[in-house]
Design a protein around this ligand. Sequence first.
Ligand code: HPA
Length: 281
Amino acid sequence: MDAKGGSTWDEIHKMLSEATDYIKSQVRLEPKIGIILGTGLGSLVDGIEMVGTVDYDRIPHFPVSTVESHAGRLLFGNLKGKSVVCMQGRFHFYEGYSMQQIAFPVRVMKKLGIKSLIVSNAAGGLNPNFKPGDIMLIKDHINFFPGNPLIGPNDNDWGDRFPDMYEVYNREYQQIAKEVALQQKLRLQVGVYLGLTGPCLETAAEYRMFRGFGADAVGMSTVPEVLAAHHQHNKILAFSIITDMGLPDSMHPCSLEDVISTASRTEPKLRKLIAGCVERM
Ligand code: HPA
């Protein structure tokens, strides 16, 4: 895979096969649901009955995580009776990975057998009704990255050349999430996630512009993985933890520590919500 993501699908299939063959030699569990854990959300896996783990750096062609707050392994197990594979640690565009590299683990999970993908992230809130520590169900997104993992040759057997974006975030899953949140007496915000490169947080002027675009939250991940997952016909459920507010008229300093500590503090609520959803998926 070159930095511009110029692999042919023959090459991608070969790399996918080598990666999945290795993983299957290490763990005997066919996952039905993939879960991608975001910043500060690594301990979401605590509720999973673990079957095995595979470190990213042992998997052929897998990118390796460079962010300290991300563990860098695939964790296989059972959650509420469903077989899952969890990415503990994800790959960000700002780390220098290409869109195709970010898509690769999502494609590996598809080849391992997943039908559904749950994605979580930490995000800045733009909607003034939100507050730090809220969980937002992502109902739609805006791709503000300067790229798309689907650019390049297309394998029509894997996914459509021009994917329809009518229902990227599965409606039935959204309904389940709302019902589970209600049962758990959890305030669940619903909104549009805007994904961009980072690594800078946004200026006040940018927050104002993105709010004007119709975004409720902004973050540096999720969109590339979701595009790859949607292309390969996975059903998607996604949540943001609102870790800080991007309100252009009341800006204050925000540190990575603030983001991680709010994500960690909110994580038990999200863990319970995800478990409740998985039970019904
Ligand atoms: N902006 C972008 N990404 C983020 C933010 C933010 O304010 N908070 C957490 N991730």
